[in-house]
Design a protein around this ligand. Sequence first.
Ligand code: NAD
Ligand code: DAU
Length: 349
Amino acid sequence: MRVLVTGGAGFIGSNFIRFLLAHRPTWQILNVDKLTYAGNLENLKDLWDHPGYRFVQADICDRSLMDSLLSPPQGMDAVVNFAAETHVDRSLEDSFGFIQTNVVGTQTLLEVVRQRGVGRLLQISTDEVYGSLGPTGAFSEESPPCPNSPYAASKAAADFLLRAYAHTYRLPAIITRSSNNYGAYQFPEKLIPLLITSALADTPLPLYGDGLYVRDWLYVEDHCRALLQILESGRVGEIYNIGGSAEYTNLAVAQMILHELGKPESLIAFVADRPGHDRRYALDCQKIQQEFGWTPEHTFPDGLRSTIRWYVEHEDWWRRIQAGEYQEYYRRHYGPRLSAAADRGRVER
Ligand code: NAD
Ligand code: DAU
């Protein structure tokens, strides 16, 4: 089996490639990644010499290049599309890149897959397309999309394009929508690695608003196992939710991390909220449970402990990222928020 994986130098994509080559050692994987700020070839360093792994630096919006990668003699049996701009906060600053990659990039892949008759396209979407929940309930695959951020809207737009291609051209495409992933190799802008690396550096752990927003946490390896099952046996034209069944408030996550690292809760800083912040996500995953018997194998406390250990043991990896473009992003995004929180603390004292 020849599989083109896009965005394979990012967090979930790199975990997925490693998972594929461990469980399907005869498969040929071509990783196509533009290497944006979030792409990091170091994430797959252990596979550079693997005979089943190749890498091409390319933009999924480059139609002629994508066409050449999918056309004979090379050809591909399947495409798995992880490539995306993924950080909600960055989409609030400037969403043009999100529309370009997440919408135009997906459409480019759909068109090339259609023309080259590729056997299967797996689109990695997100629970954020459903919008926000109150304190109870969960989204099923039948819930109507109601995206709230430019990021979520761009992913929902891609899902609609996929639906249209599946309906009109019978394109053999499948959409997966997962909840919040965590695990090794996650870029430190996202909540869990941000909190772990901040705690390790004894710097403030910034929580937006009251810290009581809820996410459903999915260990990345459980996600990869679900994706492989869907890639091999999922029904074309379908949507599959993949959730972690592990709802926690952001405050509870911060407290668990601080407790595990033996650091004081006084490091938590409540900062100005994210505009339009979705209060709660939760997924109904009966479909994937019934079709594949899939359920998460890792509990959140166990997965979180392994993740913390990984960041402790890979300090070089995240320190190198923090020394680059990220520094400027961190200053711009958190500088005023953290100063305001510190001023408030002084007044309250
Ligand atoms: P990430 O930001 O860690 O990685 C994204 C990768 O895509 C990077 O390697 C980047 O270089 C690459 N990329 C970006 N634009 C590209 C382009 N135009 N052409 C080729 N490559 C490009 O993201 P992630 O967290 O690993 O997410 C992967 C996918 O999973 C995304 O589609 C995201 O929407 C989806 N998703 C993520 C989560 C999560 O919790 N992280 C949950 C649900 C769904
Ligand atoms: O739900 C799936 C989505 O999960 C994916 O589609 C996205 O690509 C991924 O980034 C993630 O989106 P979130 O916005 O939920 O993740 P993030 O890590 O940015 O934030 C998680 C929660 O933590 C959210 O309630 C916002 C909050 N948060 C985040 C940051 C970065 C804070 O309180 N402080 C922070 O500094």
